[in-house]
Design a protein around this ligand. Structure first.
Ligand code: DAH
Length: 346
């Protein structure tokens, strides 16, 4: 056999077929066809038995193989590059397109006020207490000196679950819990939380609202301490020159009891629409803890005294930001919340 011619033909055939395609799959098939174990070039090795000059045959075999192989590899490399380039073009990302903007959120002013109130009182050494929103009559009324069938219960329209269990109508119930747990030791807490009353909802009333209760019990606590505390609170919450005025009032759990007014932050006392011409705005109820309340919770009123106060969170927030409808806080209307992006963070 003329193996030289045979190798030559095989090589030309292989190179021609390889040159005709760029397709990687087709190139792989050609690799199999010529170079695999049973490939056409590999099978040429069977003829070595028939030739005399085995060395020359071997050399030609290797040379043919090598040429076909390197041509094939080159084509595969080019094919891969071509494929990659095609993919890059297809998957090109236009980095000049505008991105997705994440809008920065803003806190509901209601929570802003709670945070502010907490900061102010924590700065004065108070701890934050919590208590149940569904509570027993004992804590919401009895331990606060409001016995069964006492007319003072009519001050609040309470939502009862059964005869003994109710939705707390004020955060004052937390006073009773804290005193029970403190077992006669001094107390200095505030408790912000939700409260519930059977109110028809309108611009200034809601069946759910929130208060911050404050309670201080220790030796030698007096009304002056209460006034100084509330004045500092009002000055930090509203403005430095805010004055505080006590008006005599009644709460069953305090004696004496006071309504607390602040000088109008808008007109500085001259009289405007916010303070309804009086120069003063009522913001909370307070007083000296009633001796009966101290006694019922295990404090000797001859040794200990204390003051307490209850602040309406929505009321303070409405005043501070000029909000005229309490329902805005709960309606989840983003347009309302977004207004407070404009309020400067201090
Ligand atoms: N609990 C009262 C209310 O809801 C507010 C209040 C008044 C709380 C006087 C107090 C207080 O702690 O001393 O109307």
């Amino acid at each position: 056999m003329d193996y030289k011619l045979e190798f030559d033909n095989l090589k030309s055939k292989a190179l021609e077929e390889i040159s005709k395609t760029d397709d990687l799959k087709a190139l792989d098939e050609l690799k199999n066809k010529y170079l695999a174990k049973k490939g056409e070039i590999s099978l040429m090795m069977n003829h070595i038995r028939e030739v005399e000059d085995k060395k020359a045959f071997g050399e030609l075999y290797n040379l043919t193989r090598k040429e076909v192989e390197s041509f094939l590899n080159e084509k595969i490399k080019k094919g891969e590059e071509k494929k990659l380039n095609e993919e890059l073009v297809k998957e090109r990302i236009d980095i000049t397109l505008p991105g997705n903007n994440f809008e920065r959120g803003v806190a509901n002013p209601f929570f802003k006020t709670i945070n502010e109130i907490e900061d102010i009182f924590v700065g004065m050494g108070y701890s934050i207490a919590t208590g149940p929103e569904v509570d027993y009559d004992k804590y919401v009324f009895e331990l606060l000196n409001i016995p069964h069938d006492h007319p003072a219960r009519d001050m609040q329209d309470t939502l009862y679950i059964d005869n003994n269990l109710l939705l707390r109508s004020h955060t004052s119930s937390v006073q009773a819990h804290v005193m029970e747990n403190a077992k006669g030791k001094p107390i200095k807490i505030i408790c912000p939380g939700k409260t519930y009353r059977r109110d028809d909802d309108d611009m200034t009333h809601s069946h759910q609202f929130a208060q911050v209760e404050g309670l201080v019990i220790d030796k030698n606590i007096n009304l002056g301490n209460l006034k100084a505390t509330l004045e500092l609170f009002a000055q930090k919450m509203f403005s430095k020159d805010t004055k505080v005025r006590f008006r005599s009032s009644f709460f069953p759990f305090t004696e004496p009891s006071v309504e607390v007014d602040i000088s109008c932050f808008n007109c500085k006392g001259k009289g405007c629409s916010i303070c309804k011409g009086s120069g003063w705005i009522e913001i909370l109820g307070a007083g000296m803890v009633h001796p009966n309340v101290l006694k019922m919770s295990g404090y000797d009123p001859e040794v200990y005294s204390g003051f307490a106060f209850g602040i309406g969170i929505e009321r303070v927030t409405m005043l501070k930001y000029g909000i005229n409808d309490i329902r805005r806080f709960y309606q989840n209307d983003l347009r309302f919340i977004k207004e407070f992006k404009k309020v400067k963070e201090d």
